[in-house]
Design a binder for this molecule. Sequence first.
Ligand code: 1PR
Length: 509
Amino acid sequence: MLIFPGVGAFGTAISFLQSRGLLEPLRDYILSGRPYFGICIGMQVLFQSSSESSLPGLAVVPCPIELFDSTDKAVPHMGWNAADLLSPAADNSEPVDQSYYYYVHSYCAKYNPQKYPSATAWIHTTTQYGHELFISSVRKGNVFGTQFHPEKSGAAGLALLDAWLRNPGAPQSTQAPAPPTLRAEHRLTKRIVACMDVRANDDGDLVVTKGDQYDVRERAHSTPTAGAVRNLGKPVALAARYYAMGADELCLLNITSFRHSPLQDQPMLAVVRAAAESIFVPLTIGGGIKDTVDPDGTPRSALEVAGAYFRAGADKVSIGSEAVYAVERLHAAGKRDGTSAIETIANVYGRQAVVVSVDPRRVYVDPATYEGPYKQELILGRPDGPENERGKAWWYQCTVSGGRESRDLSVVQLACGVETLGAGEILLNSIDRDGTGLGFDLDLINLVKKNVQIPVVASSGAGSKEHFVQVFQETAAEAALAAGIFHREEVQIADVKGALQAAGVNVRV
Ligand code: 1PR
């Protein structure tokens, strides 16, 4: 049996297979009738072509892979969505069931039986994203392919893999396939992300910490721990707990790795490796994804650093400071030069694997006299907002090195710039709201959402389950992230999802 999982760009996948002499053996294997299971790019290579690249695919499935239409939705399609069977097996032995599965891709095989009638026999399930239907899995004879990632789809995905391993041949269906119909709404769920900020404590052990407005040291002067790095537990244990509690994604941010080379930072790689062994939802790793030089003088590119994290088990990498510098260079040159970490990583691993973590801080100004460059981006404090914000006006300035240094760049400039460079998602923090429990910064989220097409993860300030309902009702964020309330067990992930369901927000429960 051959399982070919993958995340990446179509052209890179095909040219790697070609250059390693694997393309023809792969075709021969598939045509030999032995069991094949392709996941994501491992499914896409079965198709005849992709608009992502000029290289041809294996052409086992006679239809092309195309880019999603981004006029009515965020692209990439990222998160948990359904997979509807076209013709259920007579004995109900299909591995795909009514569960939600995890998707992360910008390109897909569009459902178009009129244009590609000979591909119809391959269609196993379809899925709706926005107002487009696409082929979310193919199955015929010895071949099975899923656009979604069973290995990242929690218990449902593990059950699917188990069922396929037991019975890899396509079961016979007695029913004629029922053509899918377009629904009024797609079923992509809103995602709940648990975030762990990781750093070495004063004894050199990696711990999960949590700051208030990015200050992670204990403040209370009277306690014996005053001034020490706040320790909220061990990263792998906490990650496993959040997986078991139903988090849709996990995020591990190495918050001090901008100081040194992460390839020397074996404990962080070990944390990722250990977490990925027992956690079957997507894992984003951030901190120190940049070109760097090891202490022995060996240069390491951001691509190498990211590759080490992907091989250790990360699904996405999150870039902070380096993204700010890259957009500054983009503005100075007026065009992309292909060398930034965002571009080089997206080129090999696909844009969906590149998250940009943004750390904006408010700059308060007098709206009556402000004539600076960010006039169009000014926000006026809401009359129903937190008391200390009412009647004030501000713009959002980007920072680097965990908020330690401010740069002459607004959050809108950064968001648009990283989208141009090829980022696939924005993790939108707020230094002002971080750790305050005052709720997400809705104005900030709406401002960024209005300016980009890629998905946005709302972060910072969650203090109650109602804040999650509010962020999804009042903004178009695709996901919401929290740290402190989950670490302190003030709110359970199940309670958040219960409140969202009660409010009519589609979530995975
Ligand atoms: O610049 O590429 O090395 O990346 C550094 C990464 O580390 C960035 O993603 C940056 O956001 C993060 N970081 C750096 N310093 C800190 C700090 O706290 N001192 N943490 C830090 C950022 C913010 C969120 C937090 C939410 C939710 N953490 O991730 O989890 O605000 O918190 P809440 O729910 O408790 O309010 P680079």
